[in-house]
Design a protein around this ligand. Structure first.
Ligand code: CP
Length: 311
């Protein structure tokens, strides 16, 4: 399509190609490339972010692109300009790709047919977070040498997780086994859970999985405050030190972060030897380089200054 909207629309072959290219960049952590030299890309984050925003910017600069960062609060969005009109405005200046994070599920899908630049989803509400999914898969592939047949448990606030939203589509396509576990009030609607994905108790999930992926309780998306204390949540639904001891010998801990230390995961486990959380952040740069390169490679610069084309 020329855009990266979500894993839902991608074939297994497209996912594998992007992962192969992500691994290529992950193996060249110091390389400064010229792939996008002179090309303009913009980052539009309408929701808060640290790692996605900065790793996109690092990826863009590693590829040699000119990076524009759009700040909603000081832009004409505060005058009511829509995202569509904002994108068209950037296109008119020669910007070729827009990385967008938004509260609105499906916004990029809505825009996809009516804009010329490449859209890249950096998280749309509770729908999808495709580049997080890709960097997670890259991290697992590096760790285990394969994806097919791996058992991944995703645990916590599943209902509000766009990371889960992408993995629900990706993992079955790649022949991976997915276990889900979380408090009843934070489970996805049953219709959203594909056939073959199992819902299990937290202890079974942790003891069975090759990858224990904990998710943050996204209080900012809850309509009511948490019905139990953070400590009670940790004991009932979190990765405690005791539960971590019951993980399989070669199993690893992952978390998209930011982490609520002491809530969904014990603070001592965040940087433990079984944790790949920092590795995930590192891999975010490689995965985003692969996405940017794939979408922009071969596309011609459509924009020419009017001074050049006049007469
Ligand atoms: N994992 C992730 O998307 O983190 P940020 O919200 O900091 O970008």
């Amino acid at each position: 399509t020329g855009h990266l909207i979500g894993l839902k629309d991608m074939t297994k072959e497209q996912i594998v190609r992007l992962l192969d290219r992500s691994a290529y960049w992950a193996n060249r952590p110091a390389e400064q490339a010229e792939v996008l030299r002179g090309r303009f890309v913009a980052n539009l984050f309408f929701e808060a972010s640290t790692r996605t925003r900065f790793s996109f910017e690092v990826a863009q600069k590693r590829l040699g692109a000119h990076v524009l960062n759009f700040i909603p609060e000081t832009s004409s969005a505060v005058k009511g300009e829509t995202v569509y009109d904002t994108i068209r405005t950037l296109e008119a200046m020669g910007v070729e790709a827009a990385v967008i994070r938004t509260k609105k599920e499906g916004l990029l899908q809505e825009l996809a047919g009516s804009v010329d630049l490449r859209l890249i989803n950096a998280g749309d509400g509770t729908n999808e977070h495709p580049t997080q999914c890709l960097l997670d898969l890259l991290t697992m592939k590096q760790q285990f040498g394969r994806l097919e047949g791996l058992t991944v448990a995703i645990i916590g606030d599943l209902r509000h997780s766009r990371v889960l939203g992408s993995h629900l589509h990706a993992m079955p396509k790649l022949g991976m086994n997915l276990l889900l576990s979380g408090p009843a009030s934070m489970m996805p609607q049953p219709a959203q859970i594909p056939n073959g994905v199992k819902v299990v108790g937290i202890d079974e999930a942790i003891q069975t999985a090759d990858v224990v992926m904990m998710l943050r309780v996204q209080l900012e998306r809850h309509s009511e405050s948490l019905y139990i204390s953070k400590e009670e949540y940790h004991q009932a639904h979190g990765l405690t030190l005791e539960r971590a001891k019951a993980m399989k010998p070669n199993a690893v801990i992952m978390h998209p972060a930011p982490v609520n230390r002491g809530v969904e995961i014990h603070t001592d486990l965040v940087e433990s030897s079984t944790s790949l959380i920092q590795k995930q952040v590192t891999n975010g740069v490689a995965a985003r380089m692969a996405v940017l390169e794939t979408l922009l490679k071969g596309s011609e610069l459509k924009w020419e200054p009017s001074l050049v084309t006049a007469n």
